[in-house]
Each structure stands twice: as C-alpha cells, then as structure tokens.
Design a protein around this ligand. Structure first.
Ligand SMILES: [Zn+2]
Length: 346
C-alpha cells in the first residue's frame, strides 16, 4: 500500500511538471507569435511610432543616445540588450509624456575589428559589414526597441564620414591636429596601437591577450591638452559619480611644475647641449646628482660618450638576441646611467 501511494505521488508530480513545461512552451510560442506580429506591424509602418518630429515642433525635445554597436559577426550579445533596454524604457517613458524624443541607432562599423574579421574570413570588409549590419538590425527590431530607424547612422557610409573628415580638417587648420613621433603600446597580434586603457595590469592586450610591446611610431594627435583646464573645470558642472570624475581627472592628467634644462658639458667631438626635463618638484633640483636615460631613447645615442658606447651596443645585441629566441615580446628596459649634469635655471 505504502509503495502504491508513493507511485501515485510520483505520477502526480510528473504530471504537474509536464503541465508547467507545456504552459512554458505555450507562453513562449504565444509571445514569439505576438512579437513577430508586432514587429511586422511596426516595420510596415516604417516604425512611424518612434519617429522624432522635425522642427518646428512645439513639443519639448529630448535626445536619448545609445552607444552604437560595432556590428561583429557574432550578432548582438546580452550586454547590448541590457544597455539598450534601459534607454528604451527612458525613451518610451518620455514619449508617453508627450516629449519629442529623438532615439536613433547606428553602427560604429569602421576600423580595426572589421579589418581583423576580414583577414580572418578572407572576405572584403564592405561585404562583411553590410551583412553584419543587416543581422544586428533585424535582431534589434525583433527585440522591439523604439528606435527612429529613419535616422539610422552608419560610420562606413561616405555620406557620414565626409563629415568626420571635415571635422579633422578644421582641427588641422587650427593647429589642433598634428603629427608626431611617440612611444606607443603596440599589440603584435592585432597589429595596432592600443590606448593605455586597452592594456591590462599584466601588460597584455585586452582584445587578444597578447603581451604588449612599446614601439616608436609617427602618428596623428589631437591637441586635447589645449582644453585640459576647461575640461577639468567643467567636471564640476556634471552630475557624474565621484569615481568617474576622478578617472577623468587622472586621464586629463594635468600636473603643475617647471620645465628645466640640464646642461650637458662638451666632450671630445661633441658640443655642449641641454636636456629638457619636466618636474613637479623644481625645489628639489639642487639635490639632483645624476639622471637616467633609457638605452633605446634617441637621446642615449646622442649623449653617449665613447667609453660607454660599448655598453649601449651590448644592450642592442642583447635585445636582438632576446628577440630571436624565447621571449620575443618580453619587456626589457635596461638603462644607461649618465652622470654629472649641472642643473641650471630655465
Ligand atoms: Zn591584441
């Protein structure tokens, strides 16, 4: 009898479970059917419901902008949906309150990821980008986000990038875009320059995990330092969390100090010269007894005296040797000591 009851009990449990699964499948099917019907309905009307009104409109205006995705081959990931859902809620809320909301979507489709993917798949980037955009767009439309698709932006569209080129030219004319040589973070695998934020604490590329090397390259810079003071001051005006503001301050990286010239004495075959250094503590300068020059700096080549030339050559030999053997990308930074400079006022 006991066993019989247990069997009945088990059967009821099984039946309950089946009912739940059936209800779940039914709910999903109904949901899919509804969203599909709605998506078709919205698409038929060219997503008119979400279109922002052109001026003149008496309504209060609001611009709600998402970070445009890079249309990769994998399609949208769950992180995209998380962020876009938040702005979609905001957008719908303000629209329902009668605000003229501009909530566009676009594709940050230029550049390195497209290039890498093209190399990987051996297909032209313009084909890949167009195909990926189609997929991303379809996924976003299926999810029912309230974007104004009449204002879609694609950074690979010549109609768009003619404006980024125009902006660059204006910066160039004003002396705010310039070319210079600088030591950069170089990823040998991605074959690109990385920003400091793209190198992790273990000196690896955040994209591919390869060890990052330092390399001297000629490249374009935007003179953002010309705006350092204004950027710093205006941080007080924005309602951002304090840790984000601190990050911005560190990134702007203004430090106050003095540029000081150290005199380099004339030696045989070399004229006297100066080396300029920036210091935040000019008051401690008279305690300076030597300074250090990195062995791979151009300055080391200029300053090196005959007695030390061998050491410098030796360093280069070691570097070549290391490069040709085990740890190709191991960072080696031996230094050449240069003694007895005489500090002087600048
Ligand atoms: Zn990399």
């Amino acid at each position: 009898m006991f066993n019989f009851l247990k069997i009945i009990d088990g059967f009821v449990m099984f039946q309950n479970m089946c009912q739940h699964i059936c209800a779940f499948i039914y709910a999903i099917k109904t949901y899919n059917l509804c969203t599909k019907k709605l998506s078709i309905f919205w698409a038929k009307n060219n997503f008119q419901l979400w279109q922002a009104k052109n001026p003149p409109s008496r309504q209060e205006k609001m611009y709600i902008l998402d970070m445009f995705p890079y249309p990769s081959g994998e399609g949208l990931h769950v992180g995209h949906f998380e962020g876009y859902t938040a702005t979609d809620i905001l957008s719908r809320y303000w629209k329902m309150r009668g605000t003229n909301v501009l909530h566009p979507m676009g594709w940050d489709a230029f550049g390195l990821p497209a290039e890498n993917y093209s190399r990987q798949t051996k297909k032209p980037p313009q084909d890949i980008v167009a195909k990926n955009i189609k997929r991303f767009k379809q996924q976003l439309q299926t999810a029912g986000f309230s974007y104004d698709w009449t204002r879609e932006i694609n950074t690979t569209d010549p109609k768009y990038y003619k404006w980024t080129q125009w902006i660059f030219l204006q910066l160039f004319k004003q002396g705010l875009a310039y070319e210079a040589e600088a030591v950069v973070n170089w990823c040998p695998k991605c074959e690109i320059v990385l920003a400091d934020e793209e190198v992790n604490n273990e000196n690896r590329c955040v994209r591919c995990g390869e060890t990052v090397t330092r390399k001297k390259l000629k490249q374009w810079f935007l003179r953002i330092t010309a705006y350092a003071d204004r950027l710093l001051e205006d941080l007080d005006l924005v309602n951002w969390p304090e840790n984000v503001k601190a990050m911005q301050r560190n990134w702007i990286g203004r430090s106050e100090g003095a540029e000081v010239s150290f005199a380099v004495e004339a030696t045989e075959g070399k004229e006297a010269s100066t080396v300029d250094v920036f210091t935040t503590r000019p008051d401690t300068l008279f305690g300076a007894t030597f300074f250090i020059v990195a062995a791979d700096a151009d300055l080391a080549n200029e300053l090196v005296i005959d007695e030390q030339r061998e050491a410098l050559e030796n360093y280069r030999e070691i570097k070549r040797f290391v490069k040709g053997t085990i740890a190709e990308n191991a960072p080696i930074i031996p230094c050449l000591l240069y003694t007895s400079p005489s500090p002087r006022d600048s």
